[in-house]
Design a protein around this ligand. Structure first.
Ligand SMILES: [Zn+2]
Length: 176
């Protein structure tokens, strides 16, 4: 809780002052949905809200932050790539079944720490809002031991991204 409030305040300050240069095209922060309020969206919502970026789809309000993150990190010789962005609830359910098992308990109730890898139920993931991305680092098989991970740990507040406590590759607007 504290960490995302701090993150939000710091991000707002950075955006207000533009201290990190060249981000005046970012006009508003991306949403911070309460995880319990996330729902499955239909194709009309997807068309209104999502845009393509890099190899993924993402919320239109998150895209400028991702673009800036990639540009800034590449300028420092760090090559962040994306392995996942927006997911439909059908896609989330497939991943949940793979990570947690099938049946009502495994699909909807089992804590994510007991799933491998940790995976939220369909309709409860920030991926289902287009507000989470899974990251990789070109040339490194393990993100958490890559220079990309060290870079984003240092710089993430500029891009409205917070790290998930169980998944070092997963960054979202709330950290969930
Ligand atoms: Zn993820």
């Amino acid at each position: 809780m504290i960490s995302w409030i701090v993150g939000l305040v710091m991000t707002a300050q950075v955006l207000a002052t533009g201290v990190h240069t060249g981000i005046q095209y970012i006009s508003s922060l991306p949403p911070l949905p309460n995880q319990s309020a996330i729902v499955c969206h239909d194709s009309a919502w997807e068309q209104q809200t999502l845009v393509s970026y890099n190899t993924v789809k993402t919320h239109a309000k998150l895209k400028p932050f991702l673009e800036k993150m990639v540009a800034d990190s590449r300028a420092e010789g760090v090559y962040i790539t994306f392995t996942s962005g927006y997911r439909t609830c059908g896609e989330q359910a497939s991943l949940r079944a793979y990570a947690c098992g099938t049946g009502e308990y495994n699909m909807n109730i089992k804590p994510i720490k007991d799933c491998h890898p940790p995976t939220e139920p369909a309709g409860k993931s920030l991926h289902n809002e287009g507000l989470a991305v899974d990251l990789a680092c070109a040339g490194y098989s393990l993100f958490e031991s890559s220079p990309c991970y060290r870079w984003i740990k240092t710089n993430h507040l500029r891009y409205a991204l917070l790290e998930h406590e169980l998944e070092p590759w997963h960054w979202s607007t709330t950290g969930k």
